[in-house]
Design a protein around this ligand. Structure first.
Ligand SMILES: [Zn+2]
Ligand SMILES: [Zn+2]
Length: 336
């Protein structure tokens, strides 16, 4: 009975989430236009008002340009790189200037879609069948009801602000880096502009506003950047925390459900994808001892994920989650 009750609560929660999806989905194009307009005004304000007053202009301006490039670059990748669908052929990494360079050792290793690492066990995913599109699909894949396709390592379908596609295996890294850089950039905008902000609202009794950009535009973008840096920081932290625990957004809910079932039986649930916080983060961003160099996190480079979505790195000694029995698994039917 407690299991059935948990499922009902779970279903209610999903319906609420779906309603939210629909509302934000309808407002999508409006948000994109608004985001682009505000971002442009923000950049013009920054270079007209804040940048000329910066100390050590060579250093600070370069850092600010890098922040802007990363924010826009990762936003562009998150919107344009398909998340990865089950029917896609394995992707080959590109070699242009947009792609990060691999370490020599990693580059020369024999690869068959999956990078078999030295200190991590990567094993083949169990393959099931989607009841909606009837295609074979590996574990961690979910059917997106908006795209109506099965997405590898499905995290969520993101209708705002303009990503307007699923976040999954191939674009999740860019999605999180976009949020992180947006938070840092808005925070810097607020930090470096507080003096001019006080000037704009008349705090200093100055007769004139010495900049070309209207006061209203600056005040508006300044307040917005303040709100944005806080709101997105909360979202971003939640996502990074999930990544550190080795979970996607869907799995975060599913695992909560499994944890309760296992507890009811006096067992402990163990997530087999959880290799420890540091290793989980390294695998997600594909950096570290057997990935790309750490500096790749500072540039808007494209990087392939460590797996093709048909194999997963697992905790030593775990081929599947502990505490989950046959029949306990939540399916997409329950999700929708
Ligand atoms: Zn499907
Ligand atoms: Zn989708």
């Amino acid at each position: 009975m407690p299991g059935a009750c948990a499922r009902t609560v779970f279903r209610c929660f999903r319906s609420l989430e779906r309603l939210g999806d629909r509302i934000t989905g309808a407002a999508g194009p409006f948000f994109v236009a608004l985001a682009v307009i505000l971002l442009s005004i923000g950049i013009v304000c920054f270079f007209d008002i804040e940048q000329p007053a910066l100390r050590w202009p060579w250093l600070t301006t370069s850092v600010c340009v890098l922040l802007a490039l990363n924010t826009l670059g990762h936003y562009f990748w998150a919107c344009t790189i398909p998340p990865g669908f089950v029917e896609d052929p394995p992707r080959q990494g590109g070699s242009g200037w947009m792609w990060a360079r691999k370490r020599r050792a990693v580059r020369n290793r024999a690869l068959t879609g999956v990078r078999w690492s030295e200190d991590v066990t990567v094993s083949k995913a169990s393959v099931g069948k989607c009841r909606k599109c009837l295609k074979p699909r590996p574990e961690r894949t979910h059917h997106c009801r908006i795209c109506n396709r099965c997405v590898l390592k499905y995290d969520h379908h993101c209708p705002v602000p303009g990503v307007n596609q699923c976040v999954g295996l191939h674009n999740e890294r860019h999605f999180i880096l976009f949020m992180a850089y947006l938070v840092i950039a808005s925070f810097c905008y607020v930090l470096f502009g507080w003096h001019q902000f006080l000037e704009a609202i008349g705090y200093y009794h100055q007769p004139t506003w010495p900049y070309r950009v209207p006061t209203l535009a600056f005040v508006l973008t300044y307040i917005l950047a303040g709100v944005l840096s806080l709101a997105v920081a909360v979202m971003c932290s939640w996502h990074v925390w999930s990544v550190a625990k080795g979970e996607t957004s869907v799995e975060a809910y599913d695992h909560e459900h499994y944890r309760k079932i296992a507890e009811g039986r006096g067992e402990t649930f163990v997530n087999s994808y959880d290799l420890g916080k540091r290793k989980n983060l390294e695998l997600f961003f594909n950096v570290g001892s057997d990935g790309y160099p750490f500096y790749t996190l500072l540039f808007p480079f494209r990087i392939d994920p460590y797996t093709d979505g048909w194999s997963w790195a697992r905790r030593e000694g775990y081929e599947r989650h502990r505490g989950v029995r046959e029949g306990d698994e939540l399916t997409d039917e329950e999700d929708s």
